[in-house]
Design a binder for this molecule. Structure first.
Ligand SMILES: Nc1ncnc2c1ncn2[C@@H]1O[C@H](COP(=O)(O)OP(=O)(O)OP(=O)(O)O)[C@@H](O)[C@H]1O
Ligand SMILES: [Mg+2]
Length: 126
């Protein structure tokens, strides 16, 4: 689904995702999944916003039970991705992707064919 790039969309994506995971009867931790979704959606809004564009959230369930979370934004670059796995002591920011990894999410990203990029997190169900 597409969402406007405003912080109010974070709560909306949380609600929609929780409902979707309940409908699927997903075996994993839906609250952790939703926390991961919030971090990715917040990042798209904070770091990937462009006037006139929206963000997209796509959820896919794999046969192995893992959940694939994809958040797309209109900015093709991801500066600092390689440093984002290093804990930075005492810093207030730069925690979102660390939290995602600590919860067990595996993060990748790729440029989209025409505009922007997709950040993908694969989150196992156990
Ligand atoms: N969608 C994105 N587009 C471009 N850069 C991004 C995106 N998501 C993250 N980044 C970059 O990666 C860095 C690390 O992201 P992370 O979520 O860990 O920290 P943060 O968003 O800066 O702070 P926090 O999430 O703790 O409030 C960001 O500071 C930003 O530079
Ligand atoms: Mg963040």
């Amino acid at each position: 689904m597409g969402y406007t790039m405003v912080y109010g969309s974070v709560a909306l994506t949380r609600r929609h995702a929780l409902r979707r995971l309940a409908m699927w009867g997903w075996a994993g931790d839906a609250y952790d999944a939703v926390l991961i979704i919030s971090e990715l959606v917040s990042n798209a809004i904070s770091h990937g916003r462009r006037v006139g564009h929206e963000l997209r959230l796509k959820l896919t369930l794999l046969e192995c039970g893992a959940l694939v979370i994809e958040v797309s934004d209109p900015v093709a670059e991801f500066p600092g991705f390689d440093q984002s796995s290093e804990a930075r002591e005492g810093e207030e920011r730069g925690r979102g992707l660390l939290v995602v990894r600590r919860l067990g999410g595996e993060i990748t990203w790729f440029a989209r064919p025409h505009v922007g990029k997709t950040v993908r997190v694969t989150f196992p169900s156990a």
